[in-house]
Write a protein that binds this ligand. Structure first.
Ligand SMILES: Cc1cc2nc3c(=O)[nH]c(=O)nc-3n(C[C@H](O)[C@H](O)[C@H](O)COP(=O)(O)O)c2cc1C
Length: 270
């Protein structure tokens, strides 16, 4: 499927059929784990499959997810970092999102679940002692059929004008200029990327030869998981307009704009 169509239609799936993924598909999934772990430069993470979703759900119910709302699915995937660094968080979230886009090719639904604040002893019981430091899980399974009489839940997105700027934060860029530079579709579609609490913290500053990615600082923090995810979709969409560069991480002081702080986290040469 075209990446643009995929992005427009992708949604977090929070309701699953009470049906295990069959062995054939499960084996394909394990092959994808291996392929993506090998593709990553740093080899700084592992995907772990939790087949017994019921056990994980029972132990994390009321504790994981937004306000303790754990998502019930037949299986879960854990993202285990070998070492917690800026690079490993970005790399792991980049490849997890790539994994999630491949899951949809297997007709499986998925949703990120934040388990960062769950007590480590509970995580050790639910996921195993070696996995007690895992910060994010992914729910996977066959999506429940949609009710044709109900509208699909829809998560709003910022407009391009709210997230893309020219030369400095707050300096708007015209759609005509984005179109002239072949970047209008790219920015239109990457807005559909998922983000923690749908905060869409990404901002982009376009210069002559590079694009800088910044993350909005929220209560003194930025979540680099959101950076890796948007970098993945950006690179995939960039390929469709003939750009094949990779994001490079940068370390710079936050920029103050409109009473908020934005931390530059990456650069992409164009
Ligand atoms: C890092 C990360 C963590 C997330 N954690 C949760 C979660 O704990 N519970 C949940 O229901 N959704 C979670 N989500 C899903 C987001 O809320 C969702 O992507 C966003 O609201 C946009 O909706 P959409 O994915 O359907 O387009 C998470 C997403 C990301 C990227």
């Amino acid at each position: 499927m075209l990446m643009s169509n995929f992005l427009k239609n992708r949604k977090s799936i929070r309701e699953y059929k009470d049906k295990a993924i069959n062995e054939g598909v499960m084996n394909k999934l394990l092959d994808i784990f291996k392929e993506l772990e090998e593709e990553s430069n740093s080899k700084s993470f592992n995907f772990i499959l939790f087949k017994d979703g019921e056990k994980v759900y029972k132990l994390l119910e009321g504790k994981a997810g937004y306000s303790g709302v754990m998502i019930k699915s037949p299986h879960y995937i854990g993202i285990r970092l070998k070492e917690v660094t800026k690079e490993s968080i970005v790399e792991a979230s980049y490849y997890t999102e790539k994994l999630m886009s491949k899951l949809s090719e297997l007709n499986l639904g998925s949703c990120w679940i934040n388990v960062k604040d769950v007590d480590k002893a509970i995580k050790a019981e639910a996921l195993g002692e070696d996995n007690k430091n895992i910060g994010y899980l992914v729910a996977i399974g066959h999506p429940k059929a949609k009710n044709p009489f109900l509208e699909d839940p829809f998560s709003a997105r910022f407009s391009i004008e709210e997230i893309v700027f020219k030369n400095e934060m707050g300096n708007s860029i015209s759609l005509q200029e984005l179109e002239n530079r072949g970047l209008d579709d790219l920015f239109y579609y990457i807005r559909f990327a998922p983000s923690n609490f749908n905060k869409q913290p990404w901002r982009f500053i376009l210069n002559e030869n590079k694009i800088t990615l910044l993350l909005e600082v929220d209560q003194g923090r930025t979540d680099l998981m959101d950076a890796g995810i948007i970098m993945y979709y950006f690179e995939e969409m960039a390929k469709t307009v003939g750009l094949s560069n990779k994001w490079k991480l940068i370390e710079e002081e936050p920029i103050e704009y409109d009473g908020k702080q934005y931390r530059p986290v990456g650069e992409y040469n164009i």
